[in-house]
Design a protein around this ligand. Structure first.
Ligand code: ADP
Ligand code: ASP
Ligand code: MG
Length: 810
C-alpha cells in the first residue's frame, strides 16, 4: 500500500489533473491518493470569508473566481455527455459556499468554526473532480473517502490536535484494496464539526493515512523535484537533495521549507516509512528521499528561511539571577498561543531576546506588559524592544555537530556581503544554526550562503563600470574575451551589471550583453554618481565591485560613499590617492572598516605590479630606503622619439593620438602626473607626505607653463622648438638620453629631467616603458627592478582586470 499526496499546483488546472491521473494509473499496488484544493483556492475561500465579514461586496467577485476555476477545469476534463452530471454536483457545492458566504456577510462574523467549514470546500471539490476523472478517463474503480468521518481531532477548529487512536482505527477500517481518493486538510471533532489540520495540512493527512495503514511509502507530489538545498524560487542554483534524514527534513520545514508541512514527519518517523518528494510535472525526474538513514554526504544539508519575523527583547537589571523569569515570559506567550520560533539569552541573563511571527507582536506585547506590569513600573525591566521586518535564515545538517567552523563560515559569508546579523541561535542538537537578518537581505543571504556551502566555490562578481573611454572599452573587451575561461578554469562568473559614461548609465542584473553595450548605454538613464550608487544599493548583489576608469574628480570624490556601503572599489583614476593625505588615509580606513577592498594598482605604471610589490615588501617587514623611477609612459615616449628632426610639438601630438598622454597633455608635461605617482609610492612606503612637499624642477619654458588652454600650450611648444632642440643636442653630445626621473628617500620626493648616461639602468628604457628601482633593507646593493610598458589603454585595462581577479581570490 502506498500513499500519494498531490498539492495545490498538482491539481491547479485541467492539465495538472490529467498528469495526476496518469501517475495514479501507473501505480501497481493499492493506493490512497490525498489531494489538496486546486492551487490558490484555499486562499480565495479565506479571502472571500474575510471580505464578507467586513461587509465588502467584493466577496462576490472572489466567489466567482473560485467558481470559474472549477468550471473551467471540468469543461476541459470531461466530454459533454459526462459533464452535466458532474457540473450539477459541483454547482450544488458551489451554491453551498455562496449561501455560507451570504450568511457571513449578513452576520458580519467569521468565527474559527465558520472559517474551518468555509476552507474545507476546496478539498471537497478537488477530490470529487479527481475521482470522477479517474473513473471516466481510465475506467478505474475508485472510492472517494470522507475525510471528516475518518480523521478525528480535538480542540481547535483550525490546526486541531489529532485523536490518533480513533483516527487510525477509522482509517484501517475504511481502506481496503484498490484506489482510494481522499480530500486532504479536513477533519472533524467530537461534535462532528468540520475542522482543519492547519494551512498546508494535506501533507499531514497523507502522513496520518500512511502511518495508520503502515504504508510502504509516502509520496508527496508537488511542483518541484524534491526538497532542495534551499528555496529554488529564490536561488536558481539550488538543487534537489537526494537523501535527507527525518530530523533534518523536520528542521528545514520548521524553518520555512514549505515543501513539506512540519507535522507530517512525526507519524511516519516512528514507523520508519520513507517519504519521497516528487515533481508532478517531471514524474521521472529527480526526487528526495526522507528516511531514518543519516546523511553522511554533506555537512550542511539545506538552508531555509522564514519571513515576517519580529524580534522582541526584554532586558533590565532586575532580571539578573531572578529564577522563573523566562518561565513567566514563555508561559504568558504560550497562553496566548504565540509560537516562539527563536530564543537567545545573554549569559549575563540581563536580556532575553526571542523571535515570533510579526502578525503576533501586538498580542505578545500586550500579554508581556500585563505579566510584567509590576517590574516595569519599578523600572526593574525596561520597556519591551520591538524590531519588525526581519527574517530567520537557518543552516541545517545532521553532520554539523562533527565539524568546526561552520558558524564562522556562515557569519563571515554574511558579513563579507554587508548583511548585518541581528541575532544568532544554535539548536542544542547542533543540527541547526539560525541567524536573524533584515528581510531585504533574504535573497542575497540565501544566494551567498548557498554559494559558500553548496557550490563548487563558484564566485559571482557583480561589476559596475564607470567610464567607457579608451581604458573602459578595452576592459569590457577583455571581459568578453575571458568570460568563458574564467568560468571554466577559475569558477568565476563575471557579470557586468552596470555601465556609465559621463552622460548615461545602464543596468542589467542578468549581466549586460558586452557585444552590444554601446547601444544599450545610449538608451540608459541620465548619469549621476549618487544615482549610480543608489542603483547599486537597490540591487543589493553579492560581491559588488565599482570600477572607475575615468580621470574625473567628481567620481573620485564619491569613493567614500561607495566604500561605506561595503562596495569594493577598483580604480585607475589617480586623483583620490594623490589628494590630501587626510583623504587618502580616510579612504583606506573606510576600506578596512567596511570590509570593502580598495585597489588602485594601475595608478602607477598601468598594468605593472608596482603597488602590489611595494605593499608586499612592507607587509613582510622590509623597509624602503630609496625609490628611483621613470614613471611616465608619455614623457618617455616623447623623449625617446624626439630627435630634433620632427618638432617637439608634433611628437607630443602623436603621443596624444596614440593614447599615451592624458586628454590634457599639460598634466604629463608639467610633471603633475609623475608627481602624483611618486606621491602615491611615497605614501605606500609609509611617508606622510603631501603633493606640495614634492620638489619638481620643470623642464618646460616659462611660456608653456603659463598657457591657458591645450591649443595655446601646443602653440607655445611649437614656438619654443629651439629650446627643446638645445636640450636634445646637449644630451646627445654627452652621449646621454633625456628622462624624467622621480626619486623618493626618507628625506623627501622630487623629480627632474635628467641626462642619463649609458651606465645608468634607465639608459636603455624604450618607447613608453616605465621602470622602478626599489632599494630596500633587503634589496640594498641590487635594487628590486620592475620594468615594462607603463602606459596605454590595453595594459591599464589588464591591470584593472588583475585587481578584479585579486579581489575574487580574496
Ligand atoms: P504544494 O501545493 O504542492 O503543497 P507548496 O507550495 O506547499 O506545494 O510547497 C512547494 C513549494 O515550497 C515550492 O514551490 C517552493 O517554492 C517552496 N520551497 C521552499 N523551500 C523549499 C525547499 N528547500 N525545497 C523545495 N521547495 C521549497
Ligand atoms: N489547501 C490547504 C492549504 O492551502 C491545505 C494544503 O494545500 O495542504 O493550506
Ligand atoms: Mg504544501
Amino acid at each position: 500500500m502506498k500513499v500519494l499526496k498531490f498539492g495545490g499546483t498538482s491539481v491547479g488546472s485541467a492539465k495538472a489533473f490529467q498528469l495526476v491521473a496518469k501517475i495514479v494509473q501507473q501505480q501497481k499496488e493499492d493506493v490512497c491518493v490525498v489531494v489538496s484544493a486546486m492551487g490558490g483556492v484555499t486562499n480565495l475561500l479565506i479571502q472571500a470569508g474575510e471580505q464578507a465579514k467586513n461587509k465588502d461586496e467584493k466577496y462576490v467577485d472572489t466567489f466567482l473566481l473560485i467558481k470559474q476555476k472549477h468550471i473551467d477545469a471540468i469543461n476541459a476534463l470531461f466530454a459533454w455527455e459526462n459533464r452535466t452530471a458532474i457540473l450539477s454536483e459541483i454547482i450544488v457545492r458551489l451554491n453551498e459556499i455562496n449561501s455560507f458566504l451570504e450568511g457571513i456577510y449578513l452576520l458580519g462574523d467569521l468565527s474559527e468554526k465558520s472559517l474551518a467549514r468555509l476552507s474545507s470546500f476546496g478539498e471537497l471539490l478537488s477530490s470529487y473532480i479527481l475521482s470522477e476523472y479517474l473513473k471516466i478517463a481510465y475506467n478505474k474503480d475508485v472510492s472517494l473517502l470522507d475525510a471528516t468521518a475518518l480523521i478525528k481531532v480535538e480542540g481547535n477548529y483550525l490546526g486541531a490536535k489529532l485523536n490518533q487512536n480513533l483516527s487510525y482505527k477509522n482509517i484501517k477500517k475504511a481502506i481496503k484494496t484498490g484506489v482510494h481518493i481522499m480530500p486532504g486538510f479536513i477533519c472533524s471533532n467530537e461534535a462532528n464539526e468540520i475542522c482543519t489540520l492547519g494551512r498546508g495540512g494535506s501533507d499531514y493527512t497523507a502522513a496520518i493515512i500512511a502511518a495508520a495503514c503502515s504504508a510502504k511509502v509516502l509520496e508527496i507530489w508537488t511542483d518541484v523535484s524534491g526538497m532542495y538545498t534551499t528555496n529554488p524560487k529564490l536561488v536558481s542554483s539550488a538543487f534537489p537533495i537526494k537523501h535527507i534524514s527525518y530530523q533534518e527534513a523536520m528542521e528545514l520545514s520548521h524553518f520555512g521549507a514549505k515543501v513539506i508541512y512540519p507535522p507530517t514527519i512525526q507519524p511516519v518517523l516512528d514507523l520508519k516509512i520513507p517519504i519521497l518528494i516528487k515533481n508532478t510535472f517531471d514524474a521521472s525526474g529527480a526526487f528526495t528521499e526522507i528516511s531514518h538513514k543519516v546523511n553522511n554526504q554533506s555537512v550542511v544539508s539545506g538552508i531555509s528561511h522564514i519571513e515576517g519575523i519580529a524580534l522582541l527583547t526584554l532586558e533590565g537589571a532586575g532580571m539578573v539571577g531572578v529564577p522563573g523569569f523566562s518561565m513567566r515570559l514563555f508561559k504568558t506567550l504560550a497562553e496566548q498561543k504565540i509560537n516562539v520560533i527563536f530564543i537567545t539569552q545573554a549569559s549575563s541573563e540581563h536580556s532575553i531576546c526571542f523571535g515570533i511571527l510579526q502578525e503576533e507582536t501586538a498580542k505578545a506585547q500586550k500579554s508581556i506588559e500585563e505579566e510584567f506590569a509590576y517590574e516595569l513600573s519599578l523600572g526593574k525591566i525596561n520597556p519591551l524592544i520591538l524590531e519588525n521586518d526581519l527574517a530567520i535564515v537557518a543552516l541545517v545538517g545532521d553532520n554539523m555537530k562533527n565539524h568546526q567552523g561552520i558558524s564562522g563560515k556562515m557569519f563571515n559569508t554574511l558579513g563579507k556581503n554587508n548583511i548585518n546579523i541581528r541575532a544568532i541561535a544554535q539548536g542544542a542538537s547542533e543540527r541547526n544554526i539560525s541567524t536573524v537578518i533584515h528581510k531585504k537581505h533574504i535573497s542575497k543571504a540565501l544566494n551567498v550562503l548557498h554559494e559558500a556551502f553548496f557550490e563548487d566555490h563558484r564566485t559571482q562578481l557583480n561589476v559596475f563600470v564607470i567610464g567607457v573611454g579608451n581604458v573602459g572599452a578595452k576592459l569590457l573587451n577583455q571581459f568578453e574575451q575571458q568570460k568563458e575561461y574564467l568560468s571554466k578554469s577559475m569558477h568565476l562568473n563575471l557579470n557586468v551589471v552596470g555601465l556609465a559614461n559621463s552622460k548615461t548609465m545602464f543596468f542589467d542584473e542578468e549581466s549586460i550583453n558586452l557585444t552590444n553595450w554601446e547601444k544599450l548605454l545610449k538608451q540608459g538613464k541620465d548619469f549621476d554618481v549618487k544615482r549610480f550608487l543608489s542603483e547599486i544599493k537597490k540591487r543589493n548583489l553579492p560581491n559588488s565591485i565599482v570600477v572607475d576608469n575615468t580621470a574625473s574628480e567628481q567620481i573620485s570624490d564619491a569613493y567614500a560613499l561607495f566604500l561605506k556601503e561595503s562596495i569594493a572599489l577598483i580604480t585607475c583614476n589617480k586623483i583620490a590617492c594623490s589628494s590630501s593625505l587626510h583623504n587618502y588615509q580616510y579612504l583606506k580606513t573606510l576600506a578596512r572598516k567596511y570590509n570593502a577592498p580598495f585597489l588602485y594598482e594601475t595608478n602607477v605604471g598601468a598594468g605593472l605590479p608596482i603597488i602590489n610589490t611595494l605593499q608586499n615588501l612592507i607587509a613582510s617587514g622590509d623597509k624602503i630606503i630609496e625609490i628611483q623611477a621613470v614613471l611616465s609612459g608619455s614623457l618617455n615616449f616623447i623623449f625617446n622619439n624626439y630627435n630634433a628632426t620632427t618638432s617637439f610639438a608634433q611628437i607630443v601630438e602623436e603621443a596624444g593620438k596614440q593614447g599615451y598622454t592624458e586628454p590634457d597633455p599639460r598634466i604629463d608635461l608639467s610633471g603633475v602626473d609623475v608627481m602624483r605617482k611618486i606621491l602615491i609610492l611615497a605614501r605606500e612606503s609609509g611617508a606622510s607626505i603631501e603633493m606640495d612637499d614634492i620638489k619638481s624642477v620643470s623642464f618646460l619654458p616659462e611660456k608653456a607653463l603659463k598657457s591657458k588652454s591645450v591649443a595655446d600650450f601646443m602653440q607655445t611648444l611649437q614656438e619654443d622648438e629651439v629650446y627643446f632642440k638645445n636640450l636634445y643636442t646637449k644630451a646627445v653630445n654627452k652621449n646621454a638620453q633625456l628622462k624624467v626621473v622621480a626619486k623618493y628617500t626618507e628625506k623627501g620626493a622630487q623629480l627632474a629631467l635628467e641626462e642619463i648616461l649609458p651606465e645608468n639602468p634607465f639608459y636603455n628604457l624604450k618607447g613608453k616603458d616605465n621602470m622602478v628601482l626599489f632599494y630596500t633593507e633587503r634589496y640594498k646593493e641590487q635594487p628590486l627592478v620592475i620594468k615594462g610598458a607603463g602606459a596605454g589603454a590595453d595594459v591599464t585595462a589588464s591591470g584593472i582586470f588583475a585587481d578584479i581577479i585579486k579581489l575574487a581570490n580574496q
